[in-house]
Design a protein around this ligand. Structure first.
Ligand SMILES: Nc1ncnc2c1ncn2[C@@H]1O[C@H](COP(=O)(O)OP(=O)(O)OP(=O)(O)O)[C@@H](O)[C@H]1O
Ligand SMILES: [Mg+2]
Length: 233
């Protein structure tokens, strides 16, 4: 019998305030230099818009600094993630060999929120992991079986943030274009940052756009209502 206690964000560790670069100058400019260490960032967008890839881009930069990251992939196979990342010049194989990256395939139905949190905590403690990506929230939802998703995710993210670990959470948005919408509005309060990937129609042409808000979803929605925040990269 294994007992997994609820993960409570009561432990804190001092860490330096710094911004983590995406390695893409235009995106860094949009992010005001990058995302802050020890924060939670939601990367939201429709399927195939590049959420995982953008997360991997931050992980690539972390690996360049010698920092270890772990990707918990609930949906995509490890092979597919490697192949897709390699195809956009993210040297995942090299990172895996050097130990700056670990990819863990998580089957949500064999985990609970408690056992998953325990697995993440153990890894961070044992291996000094600095960046964690939970890809994606839909898979995590299955692991919690619809019970207290917000509370479990809040506990996990805040625990990690308090000890200086940066968290990235891709969230799938159902709509392809049109009004701004986030699939999981109820989890948006968790985020210190929201990066929204979306498609916009410009004179009949579908273009990729990226929107950023540092203060979370409420602000993002208000700012986007003015539609001036859209920057294409
Ligand atoms: N900026 C980019 N330039 C070129 N190709 C890209 C870019 N971003 C992503 N891709 C490619 O687009 C495909 C989809 O990207 P990705 O898997 O990151 O999307 P996603 O939003 O995570 O999708 P899903 O919702 O299915 O998880 C991949 O093959 C990836 O290599
Ligand atoms: Mg993805």
């Amino acid at each position: 019998m294994v007992v997994y206690p609820r993960l409570l964000p009561i432990e804190t560790v001092a860490f330096a305030f710094e911004r983590l670069s995406s390695g893409v100058p235009e995106i860094d400019e949009l992010l005001g230099g990058g995302i802050e260490r020890g924060t939670t960032t939601i990367i939201s967008g429709p399927s195939g818009s590049g959420k995982t890839t953008l997360g991997m881009q931050f992980i690539k930069e972390a690996a360049g600094r010698g920092e270890r990251s772990v990707v918990y992939t609930f949906e995509e196979s490890v092979e597919k993630l490697i192949e897709r990342s390699q195809s956009v010049n993210i040297p995942v194989k090299q990172m895996l060999e050097r130990g700056t990256l670990e990819i863990v395939r998580v089957e949500p139905l064999v985990h609970t929120a408690y056992s998953f949190a325990d697995m993440v905590k153990r890894d961070v403690k044992q291996n000094g992991t600095k960046l964690v990506m939970v890809d994606s929230v839909s898979g995590y939802r299955l692991a919690v079986r619809g019970v207290e998703l917000e509370a479990h995710l809040h506990g996990l993210c805040r625990y990690l943030n308090n000890i200086g670990v940066t968290v990235l959470i891709p969230v799938e948005m159902k709509k392809i274009t049109g009004d701004l919408q986030i699939a999981e509005e109820n989890i948006s309060y968790l985020a210190d940052n929201v990066i929204l990937l979306r498609y916009i129609e410009v004179r009949g042409e579908l273009r990729r756009a990226i929107v950023f808000s540092r203060r979370g979803w409420g602000t993002l929605r208000k700012r986007c209502a003015s539609s001036r925040l859209l920057d294409t990269v």
